[in-house]
Design a protein around this ligand. Sequence first.
Ligand SMILES: [Zn+2]
Length: 343
Amino acid sequence: MDEGLLTRIGTSLRSKRQAIQDWARNTEPEKVQDVLGPASLEALDRHLAVIDTALKEAEGNELGMCVVCHEPVESRLIQMDYTACVCIEHYSDEERRSLENELELAGAVQRSLLPQRPPEFPHLEIAAFSRPAQIVGGDYFDFFPFAGARQGIAISDVAGHGMSSSLIMASLQSMLRTLTQEYTSPSELIARINRLCIHNIQFTTFVTLFLGAFDPDTRQFTYVNAGHNPPLLLQSRAGTRGEVKWLSPTGAAVGLTEDFTYTDEAVPLTAGDVLLLYTDGVTESANSLGEFFGASRLASLVRDNAGLSAHDLVHAIRDGLDGFAEGATQADDVTIVVMRVVD
Ligand SMILES: [Zn+2]
């Protein structure tokens, strides 16, 4: 089989194993059981054993060999199911049709994966953290190029959780990745997405969406905010140093209203400015008394750690949230994206 694919499978299996083990180790037993539902802890161990077997086969170059004809199984099939060991051509017509359906669905889910690592971009440090409250969360963030060599950034919160929200995120991501190259204006792009979504029967909910474009030459940040939690901008230029500006919504959430009127806002950024994008799981993180973390704590936390790199600031915010929650179970996904302007 293609060596690149084997490497990718290996990486993905190892990170999945790590994620499961970390989660099981660091989560309250009751919460673990909640997430497992009627399944048992042994079921978790069985899953880990399957991952280990596949890892061993991948390392020995045996993964994905067809047990019937001894040729490599189709790579898209392996990408959907790394345990697949029979080529598609050996299935009956009916089985083949249902497999094709699965492959289509899997393609959509795969596209919904969050970026593995933030992009490198001139004059920007970018770091992100996302922690779903359930296995399939409703938060989404992404980076992509806008027309005019501008760095695009998106953060979104899909109303509702579970499988359908992950499919909606997948469509949103495909739309963004397909369309951004055509646009220079975030507001025109978001209006287009709204038109595509609002009356589409597949789009069964609405999404808050913040879209921004950073111009590395002028350091101008142009954005549109469709009903999303206002990102926090900590300014560093003389005269406004230490001031916090909230980039409040400039329009309704996508798919929520018939009104497609969005407007671009623009802020000039300067080296040292910190922009924090987040989802409501952050401000609505609750402690055991039921108090919310809230926007003002968030602002203080960012101000107190303004000198840190984007990566360290993300960690500081995560630690701040964890310290506040003191182990209280969180109801919602938590997503943080930090952009820091550098010389
Ligand atoms: Zn075969």
